[in-house]
Design a binder for this molecule. Structure first.
Ligand SMILES: Nc1ncnc2c1ncn2[C@@H]1O[C@H](COP(=O)(O)OP(=O)(O)OP(=O)(O)O)[C@@H](O)[C@H]1O
Length: 233
């Protein structure tokens, strides 16, 4: 990836995000957020419901433009990139594990995991696909479509896809929200391996203190601002 080596893979400075509301003043969801997340680390983003965690993730990932301030992804100034450049940056270097997984509904679990390879005209590593699904406890999802999977199974299939494409940055929004403790532990083991073992940057939005405890650092959001990680509320 181009950009100075010393630049952190994920960073923002003075980030503000407002949404216009019809007939009313805009609502400001993020205010003056600055952070810098190094390679080889997993960071938890915590905070009360509605505090702005998912919005922060979207702005850091270039899914939403900031209203003011700046955000850099892999050294790239997101506010200067065209739509296409942003899409390419995300496709080639970023993995997403969201609750509303973006699995393709007409494809089986295996086809969904193999999709990034097919899109790049590469042969999907079928053995690896099967092994990863198995490790995540969703081997049975290989041949079924997302609508036949539970929410937790869909998240794990989406995670398998991310693991196989080995992105430089992984954004995960409540990846363990729909999982029992054992599956949540497996998901966190794998995300931790991605950060520590592969030197990637992992950002995890979570309400679960056990998940936050597995991370190297915690960023706490309250009313759209960063507060100390041990702040109440
Ligand atoms: N497109 C939008 N238009 C207007 N307001 C929005 C929009 N997206 C988010 N918001 C508002 O921004 C605030 C923060 O939302 P966000 O989803 O980032 O919170 P969160 O901390 O991730 O919450 P939760 O933990 O419940 O998922 C909420 O009040 C939400 O209603």
């Amino acid at each position: 990836m181009s950009g100075p080596q010393e630049q952190p893979p994920v960073a923002c400075a003075g980030l503000v995000k407002s949404y216009p509301l019809p007939g009313r003043d805009p609502v400001t969801v993020l205010r003056d957020v600055s952070l810098s997340l190094p390679a080889g680390t997993m960071t938890a983003v915590t905070g009360p419901s509605g505090s702005g965690k998912s919005t922060l993730l979207s702005c850091l990932a270039g899914l939403e433009p900031a209203s003011a301030g700046r955000a850099w992804l892999l050294g790239q100034p997101l506010w200067l990139l065209r739509h296409r450049q942003l899409a390419r940056l995300r496709r080639d270097h970023v993995g997403f594990v969201f609750q509303s997984t973006n699995l393709v509904p007409t494809m089986t679990g295996e086809q969904n995991v193999a999709l990034p390879f097919v899109l790049r005209r590469r042969t999907p590593p079928r053995d690896q696909v099967a092994r990863t699904l198995d490790r995540l406890g969703v081997a049975h999802c290989r041949t079924i479509r997302p609508q036949a999977m539970s929410g937790g199974e869909q998240v794990r299939v989406a995670l398998a896809r991310v693991l196989l494409t080995d992105p430089t940055v992984v954004f995960a929004d409540e990846p363990t929200g729909a999982l029992d403790q054992r599956s949540a532990g497996t998901v966190m083991d794998l995300l931790s391996e991605v950060a520590t073992g592969r030197g990637r940057t992992v950002v995890v939005v979570t309400h679960d203190p056990r998940v936050a405890a597995r991370c190297d650092a915690t960023v706490r959001v309250r009313d759209g601002r960063l507060v100390p990680a041990d702040a109440p509320g």
